[in-house]
Design a protein around this ligand. Structure first.
Ligand SMILES: *[C@@H]1O[C@H](CO)[C@@H](O)[C@H](O)[C@H]1NC(C)=O
Ligand SMILES: *[C@@H]1O[C@H](CO)[C@@H](O)[C@H](O)[C@H]1NC(C)=O
Ligand SMILES: *[C@@H]1O[C@H](CO)[C@@H](O)[C@H](O)[C@H]1NC(C)=O
Ligand SMILES: *[C@@H]1O[C@H](CO)[C@@H](O)[C@H](O)[C@H]1NC(C)=O
Ligand SMILES: *[C@@H]1O[C@H](CO)[C@@H](O)[C@H](O)[C@H]1NC(C)=O
Length: 846
């Protein structure tokens, strides 16, 4: 359904993001409206002021009212949200679906809303030690004495500078561009320049604390149109606070001008915009606007910040920002996708890990860690399965030499992963200047394909299925700009992105402490991926619910069908939150190129034996990658706050315990009458008694029969594989989405096995694959058995368990499921949870 043209015109008349806000006197609300309503009319109906669009997000607007003057609206909006949540958690479709009647007429057309708050959320990714912050250069000067420059390299550098007419005074100090001391430890970029590729035509945007557009080293490459100060609501993002240096330094690394000031940037003929957000608290609305700011012109967004790297924080962007990220990759650069580059984080010495940061573990981000001037892993750079590449930054010896705030000022102490990210931004800018048609995913492929593995003797490298090497410390390796750009020249763009979302897989089992891990598997069949139009994997995400008294004790690994291991979560000493993992999504790039077909296993461990223990509630596997048939592939719906809603309380039906010693093949076939009771009713489930009733009705279920639960939007057939291990049937059907599009929803289900693994406790640092010589209890050799039995007192918890079955959709007909009221379903298929595919209207309307 196309929009009426008058409405399109109205929508095109976007208010510039920048209307001033006065949080002292007003309350602001971001709202997502049905495309059929007129925002000004809705605002008026609610007695609110219409403020304009939220950045580039279609049908998202900001309304305001005098502070505390619209409490009634606020309450109604909150009630609307509660009802939507409850409705989505219904297990049996029993809820009267006439929400329209229950909700005050006033709220008609409002799909989502959120009161805006000013918050200081992000820290700049400057390394934690004062030594490295400003004084490193001095230190470097001292230690340089110990390592003489290679005279041949010096001569080569001289000749390169002459050929390229580079007269910048600190160019020869910029070892990250050409290292004359530690040969080979640089970005290998000079060959790219000598080929005439210097960034012409590319535009990067540094989202940070400002950009000194009056610096003589930046002003000629400054891109005013793509720049904005969201802290001051002014067009010029110039630094204002005493410590607003960070963005300018990052910008210098990317695009410092080839002239007689300081050094040069990686892409010294490219343009750079400044988007200032870090100098004051900002709202989600502003951050969402910032990351899509001028996204037809700005191509690459350089983000050297994020939630604190203290090893205790676990924070993801709010829904509005998540939507802006997806909107960026779907609509930015005329559909090729904005390229987001995030600094991995500096919390390694706090045992932080970039999978606990919802920006760096986003599939939409190229996440970049650091290595130092000697090519070693610096103490600060975080490890994680979401990190694609590493590149040079500060360390023991030296830091990055770049531009600083001030007309002619330079800086020799720029560091942390903050300084690594922009070097990759510069590399991408070089590639885009010869291949502006590459998509955001093509550029991630180039990272995977051209990164150079380093330190093969440490870093826990494992061979991936496609013959690459991956390390949680170094990602796919260090960036080599020459290789990257060479490969870009002839890169064949990949087909559009497809995805497969598994149903929620219930585990509901206590996690044994110490050496044991609790494992749960999910079988992905060829048919599921064919139906999902998914050909080969890129990213894999796992959304998990784990309850635990001390979150930092937990770790989790994901093992692919080919045995490649992603350490998606690691134990973090400082993290004493009692929160567990609450619908947290971990991400891995380790499985890049795999087919995805087969058994996926998650192993959750409680690494510390102490008074804190926990329960693995449930999880869901999401595979993302290249599609099979581009003709039928749509865009993924924008994220929704209800995406992860599911009926936890009823997610389990039958469980089967197996005592140690039984043979593995019989494992899933031994049913018991042991029924796990729901242990994690979410707050809003308190009233959701239907769900609980379903679970308690079941007393004993033979392994192959099952029951159960449901997200209200799926159905399953009753067909099971004749395997001893339960696999589930598949059914398909279509669903009509009210937004006016018809999507094909294909639903899959599959088997789940839950069993214990006995694992020799090993630090996984050196060889993650070795560390997975776990054995199932039933398989354990004598010694293993012995130790099991003698550890005593916890035999039951250690018992292997298998054959936990469920059929999330049994008993519901399509008619029950898709009867009415989908008007309130704002983002079509992302609540379906299973390999759904549909054209999203959101984010596509122009
Ligand atoms: C570095 O660039 C040169 C060209 O300047 C190229 O010959 C060389 O292969 C590159 N290094 C690597 C490791 O690819
Ligand atoms: C940059 O590219 C534009 C066309 O996109 C061209 O007109 C211009 O001459 C180029 N500049 C340089 C320095 O190559
Ligand atoms: C990875 O493969 C290489 C051969 O390509 C082999 O030498 C090496 O031992 C393998 N590494 C691991 C950890 O299996
Ligand atoms: C999945 O893996 C588990 C553990 O390795 C195994 O017990 C189970 O039989 C596998 N399922 C299938 C269908 O292969
Ligand atoms: C977890 O700890 C609580 C309180 O200490 C205890 O009641 C419970 O039995 C423990 N559960 C497991 C599985 O050890």
């Amino acid at each position: 359904m196309r929009l009426p043209s008058w409405l399109s015109i109205l929508l095109l008349a976007r208010a510039v993001s920048a209307s001033p806000r006065d949080y002292e006197r007003y309350d602001y609300f971001a709202v997502h409206l049905d495309s059929a309503v007129v925002p000004q009319e809705v605002a008026q109906r609610l007695g609110m002021q219409y403020e304009g669009l939220v950045g580039e997000l279609s049908h998202h607007y900001t309304f305001s009212c005098l502070k505390d003057s619209c409490l009634d609206v606020e309450e109604s909006l909150e009630e609307l949200r509660r009802r939507k949540k409850r409705r989505r958690r219904r297990s049996d479709g029993s809820e009267p679906h006439n929400l329209r009647r229950e909700i005050p007429l006033d709220l008609n057309g409002i799909l989502w809303s959120e009161k805006q708050q000013l918050r200081h959320r992000h820290v700049k990714r400057i390394p934690p030690s004062p030594l490295l912050n400003g004084r490193a250069g001095q230190k470097a000067a001292d230690s340089d004495i110990h390592q003489a420059a290679d005279q041949e390299a010096v001569r080569r550098l001289d000749s390169i500078a002459e050929t390229l007419d580079i007269k910048d005074p600190i160019f020869k100090e910029q070892w990250h561009l050409f290292n004359t001391r530690q040969l080979g430890h640089d970005l290998n970029v000079t060959g790219v320049w000598l080929d005439g590729i210097t960034g012409n035509g590319s535009i990067s945007a540094v989202i940070d604390d400002g950009l000194d557009l009056y610096s003589n080293d930046l002003k000629d490459n400054y891109f005013a149109e793509g720049s904005y100060d969201f802290n001051e609501k002014e067009p010029e993002p110039r630094p204002r606070l005493f410590d607003d240096h960070h963005g300018t330094r990052c910008a210098g690394e990317i695009a410092a001008v080839r002239n007689n000031v300081c050094g040069v940037g990686m892409a010294y003929d490219s343009k750079v915009a400044g988007i200032r957000i870090l100098s004051k608290p900002i709202s989600d609305e502003d951050e969402a606007t910032a990351i899509n700011y001028h996204f037809q012109e700005n191509q690459i967004y350089s983000c050297s910040w994020g939630p604190p790297d203290d090893g205790a924080t676990m924070e993801a962007p709010g829904i509005l920002i998540q939507r802006a990220l997806v909107n960026g990759v779907q609509s930015g650069r005329n559909g090729l996708g904005s390229v987001f580059v995030f600094a991995a984080g500096n919390g390694a010495s706090n045992e932080d890990n970039c999978n606990f940061d919802g920006y760096t573990n986003s599939i939409y981000s190229i996440t970049v860690g650091g290595i130092d001037r000697d090519g070693n892993h610096p103490y600060y750079s975080e490890h994680c399965s979401a990190q694609l590449v590493v590149t040079y930054s500060s360390g023991e010896q030296d830091a990055i030499h770049t531009t600083d705030v001030g007309t002619d000022k330079c800086f020799n102490g720029h560091g942390g992963t903050s300084a690594a990210g922009p070097l990759v931004v510069g590399t991408v800018a070089l590639a885009l200047s010869v291949r502006p048609d590459l998509s955001w995913r093509d550029l991630q492929y180039l990272c995977v394909e051209t990164a150079v593995p380093i330190h093969l003797d440490d870093g826990g490298w494992q061979n991936t299925t496609i013959g690459k090497k991956f390390s949680h410390t170094y990602g796919y390796g260090k960036v080599d700009a020459y290789r990257f750009v060479e490969a870009a020249k002839s890169f064949e763009s990949v087909k559009p992105q497809a995805w497969f979302h598994s149903p929620w897989i219930s585990v509901q089992h206590a996690i044994p402490e110490g050496d044991l891990g609790l494992a749960a598997s999910f079988q992905v069949t060829e048919g599921m991926l064919r139906d999902a139009n998914l050909e080969r994997l890129e990213h894999v995400t796992v959304t998990m619910n784990v309850e635990h008294g001390r979150r930092g004790d937990l770790s989790a690994d994901l093992i692919s069908p080919t045995g490649v291991v992603s350490r998606i979560a690691t134990a973090r000493g400082p993290d004493s939150a009692a929160a567990g993992y609450d619908d947290w999504t971990f991400m891995s790039v380790v499985h890049w190129g795999e087919s995805g077909i087969g058994n996926w296993t998650v192993v959750v461990k409680d690494t510390t034996e102490n008074e804190f223990n926990g329960t693995f509630i449930d999880w869901r596997l999401n595979l993302w990658g290249e599609c099979i048939d581009p003709q039928i592939q749509g865009l993924h719906p924008l994220p929704d706050e209800h995406d992860d809603d599911h009926v936890t309380a009823t997610a389990i039906v039958s469980t089967t315990s197996v005592a140690p010693g039984s043979s593995p093949t019989s494992l899933p076939a031994i049913p018991t009458s042991h029924i796990e009771r729901p242990t994690k009713p979410k707050p809003s489930d308190a009233t959701d008694t239907t769900a609980t009733a379903t679970a308690t009705d079941i007393t004993s279920v033979p392994a192959a029969t099952t029951t159960l639960v449901p997200e209200p939007t799926h159905t399953y057939s009753d067909s099971f594989l004749p395997s001893f291990f339960p696999t589930f049937g598949v059914s398909k059907r279509t669903q009509i989405w009210i937004y006016g599009s018809i999507g094909l929803i294909v639903i899959f289900c599959s088997g789940l096995g839950v069993y214990f693994l006995v694992q020799r406790r090993k630090r996984l640092r050196n060889n993650p694959r070795d560390a997975y010589e776990f054995e199932m209890v039933g398989d354990a050799d004598e010694d293993e058995q012995q130790s099991l039995n003698t550890r005593g007192g916890r035999g039951k918890a250690r018992a292997r368990r298998g054959g936990e079955l469920y059929d999330a959709f049994a008993g519901e007909s399509e008619d029950d499921l898709y009867s009415d009221d989908e008007a309130y379903q704002d983002t079509p298929s992302n609540d379906t949870g299973t390999g759904s595919r549909s054209d999203s209207l959101e984010g596509q309307e122009k």
